[in-house]
Design a binder for this molecule. Structure first.
Ligand code: NAP
Length: 282
C-alpha cells in the first residue's frame, strides 16, 4: 500500500508559486494579499485560519485576519465586508463559514467579487465550474485533483466514487473529475446499499465527516482511497473518515489524516491567491 502524502504535493505547488511570484509582485508593486474574514472563535475556524495564513506567508505573500464578534450585527458586517471586497490592495478573500445565523450568508456570498473569491464559493465561480469556464473551484475539491495528478493516478475512464454531496467538497469535486473524463458516482446519507456502490469504485473519495467510518468493507481490492474527512475521534485525536489501519492491506494507496488532502488545500489556496492577483496567469 502506497501512502499518498500531501506534503510533496504542497511543496510542488509552492515551487510553482515561488517561480511566478516575482513577476506578479513587479506588476502589482506589492505582494499579493489575502483577507481572512472570521466571526467568533470556533476552534476549527482558528485552526484552518492559522494554517492558511502560515502557508501564504511561507510562500512569500501577505495574509491578514479580520475578526468580528460572533454576535456581529448584519448591517455592520455587510458594510465592513463591502469595504474589504472593494479594497484595491486585497486580492483574495477567504470567508470562514458557516457565518453566525443572524447574518445573511447567501446575500454576502452573492456580493463577493468573484475575482477575489479564492475558495470558489460565489455564484459566478460555482457557475463557471459547472459550465466549464474559467474561475476558482473550492480549494479542497481542487486539492484532491492536484494530489491525484501529482501521484500520476489517471482518472480518464476510471470509476470514481465520492461519498458526500456538499457544496464545498462533493459536488464541485464531481465536476472537476468529470472534466478529467472520470465516470463519477456521488453517494450520500440516503444512498441505498452504500457498501455495494462504493465497492465498485477504482478510486473512492470520502468527504462525510464521520470518524473512521470507511473500513475495508467499503472498498474493492487495490482501490485508491482519498480521505477528505477531518474529524476528532472519541479520544480527541484527529482522524479522517477512513479506517486507515483496516484499509491498508486491501487498498493500493491511501491518503493519511493528518498530512493528506488538508496539506494540499492551503497550498491550492495560495496558488489561487497568486492567480487572483494576476488573472493573466489563469
Ligand atoms: P457536510 O457539509 O456535513 O457534508 C457531509 C456529506 O456526507 C453530506 O452529503 C452527507 O449526506 C454525507 N454523509 C454524512 N453521513 C453519511 C453517511 N453515514 N453515509 C453516507 N453519506 C454520509 O461536510 P463537508 O463540509 O463536505 O465536509 C466533509 C468532511 O471533510 C468533514 O470531515 C470536514 O471536516 C472535511 N473537510 C476537509 C477539508 C480539507 O481541506 N481536507 C476541507 C473541507 C472539509 P447528506 O447530503 O445526505 O446529508
Amino acid at each position: 500500500m502506497r501512502e499518498l502524502n500531501g506534503r510533496p504535493v504542497a511543496e510542488a505547488i509552492g515551487e510553482e508559486i515561488k517561480e511566478k511570484l516575482p513577476g506578479v509582485e513587479m506588476m502589482l508593486g506589492r505582494k499579493p494579499k489575502l483577507a481572512v474574514i472570521r466571526c467568533g472563535e470556533k476552534p476549527e475556524d482558528l485552526s484552518y485560519e492559522r494554517n492558511a495564513i502560515r502557508r501564504i506567508r511561507e510562500f512569500g505573500m501577505e495574509a491578514e485576519s479580520i475578526v468580528f464578534p460572533e454576535d456581529v450585527n448584519d448591517n455592520i458586517f455587510q458594510r465592513a465586508f463591502g469595504k474589504i471586497n472593494e479594497d484595491k490592495r486585497t486580492d483574495g478573500i477567504l470567508l470562514m463559514r458557516p457565518l453566525p445565523p443572524q447574518l445573511n450568508e447567501g446575500f454576502i456570498i452573492s456580493c463577493m467579487d468573484s475575482e477575489k473569491d479564492v475558495d470558489g464559493i460565489s455564484p459566478v465561480n460555482a457557475a463557471g465550474l459547472y459550465l466549464g469556464t474559467d474561475g476558482f473551484a473550492p480549494c479542497t475539491a481542487q486539492a484532491v485533483v492536484e494530489l491525484l495528478k501529482y501521484y500520476k493516478i489517471s482518472l480518464a475512464g476510471k470509476n470514481v466514487g465520492i461519498i458526500g454531496r456538499s457544496n464545498v467538497v462533493g459536488k464541485p469535486l464531481s465536476m472537476l473529475l468529470l472534466k478529467e473524463d472520470a465516470t463519477v458516482t456521488i453517494c450520500h446519507s440516503r444512498t441505498a446499499e452504500l457498501q455495494k456502490v462504493s465497492r465498485r469504485a477504482d478510486i473512492l473519495i470520502s468527504a462525510i465527516g464521520r470518524p473512521r467510518m470507511i473500513n475495508s468493507d467499503y472498498i474493492k481490492r487495490s482501490c485508491v482511497v482519498i480521505d477528505v474527512g477531518i474529524n476528532t475521534d472519541r479520544d480527541g485525536k484527529l482522524c479522517g473518515d477512513v479506517d486507515f489501519e483496516d484499509c491498508r492491506l486491501k487498498a493500493s494507496a491511501i491518503t493519511p489524516v493528518p498530512g493528506g488532502v488538508g496539506a494540499v488545500t492551503t497550498a491550492v489556496l495560495a496558488k489561487h491567491l497568486l492567480l487572483a492577483a494576476n488573472r493573466d496567469l489563469l
